[in-house]
Ligand binder design. Sequence first.
Ligand code: ATP
Length: 449
Amino acid sequence: MTDVTMDKIVSLCRRRGFVFPSSEIYGGLGSTYDYGHYGVLMKNHIRSLWFRSMIQERDDMVALDSAVILNPAVWEASGHVAGFTDPLVDCRTCKLRFRADRLEDSQCGRRPSMRPGEFRECDLTEARQFNLMFQTQVGALEDASSVAFLRPETAQGIFINFKNVAQLARRKPPFGIAQIGKSFRNEITPGNFLFRVREFEQMEMEYFVPPDEAERWYEYWIEQRLQWYLDLGLRRSQLRVREHSAEERSHYSSGTSDIEYLYPIGWQELEGVANRGDYDLTQHTQHSGTKLEWVGEGGERYTPYVIEPAVSIERIFVAMLVDGYDEEVVAERDRTVLRLHPEIAPVKAAILPLIPRNADMVTRARSLHEELRRRWLVEYDDGGQIGRRYRRQDEIGTPWAFTIDDQTLEDETVTVRDRDSLAQERLPLSSVAAWLDDALQRPWESPKR
Ligand code: ATP
């Protein structure tokens, strides 16, 4: 079994242009990354698959795109100004700052020169609360009245639009509002690549329900979201659902479960599903003076409860890479391959002329590429030996490669090579598009154990 470390993932991401450390030529900026070509493609696929399952395939959901900088009163009402904090300690020995509740994961007391297990005595200060919201100024005046925050979650943008959307949608709960957008947190325990970053793209959905149905919908959404990951090929053995204890839960939550993935750093939250009760709508009603409730035709009225599945593209991105990363020896050569679900794979197929100097092969390969690119992200590649081209496509997770060779010139067939099994079969050039269409719709299961 391949030992998948975060270092191997980071190195592949860099080597193949998925992700680069941000501002690298200036020495970088902690926990901030830039996405290269394949990273952008893969993020787009994750985003649209979430959108498809939340919006396109459902009758009870609408989309929203709210602003990043909201009236600061929103964050007072939501409890973030007072309570969105992590407990921090300073180490007088290491001169570094750590999260008091994550000390065991930190480097406190460690020096690079030390042997494993060796620690230095640390001299820690008392824990202080540190607010994770980034502050900024709105407008030209730099005084207290112009202080604003970059949103630390997209959810509040949904709650403050409840009235607009509920009235327009004319829906009786249960119904949901879904949004995808950037959130910002001044995280203090950076590291671990994209798992914990300061700027990330959240995909959140607030599902408004009658209060007495909240428990049922909470269970429903845990199950739905877990199934979504299984359908996208994450291995069942690497996923689990963990219910929070009462002490662990956020101030607003009356029930939270994490869908956890076994990352190289251990079991960690991939997605959270929370029963937020009527906390948010009630808080905004009290602070804004605008009643945020559902009013039925017959005058029936109540404040709905909210079930929230929330995840970032970044945590899915890392889970997919870790789950897919594999190393094996084939014909005495090492092969690194990303066994990604075809829907997640950045590029769906590669089109390769076997001999790039052969003009007939190139013409046929180019015209197949032209045909397929109208419908899918596919890649034409004529750079170097065929073996090297296959290995490059394996490393970016391309599920299939169509090769135009001598036989194509005789009988108009091509070879299709399968990334996972390495099986090759021949098909008529004219049926490649239909074959790919069909292949992309087949269920996919990871061959990794
Ligand atoms: P953690 O306990 O790991 O800090 P959290 O409980 O604070 O996470 P939530 O506030 O529930 O996270 O945010 C919802 C989702 O947003 C998380 O499940 C995760 O997928 C994502 N997320 C939160 N913080 C980050 C971050 N710093 N970087 C990347 N994704 C994040």
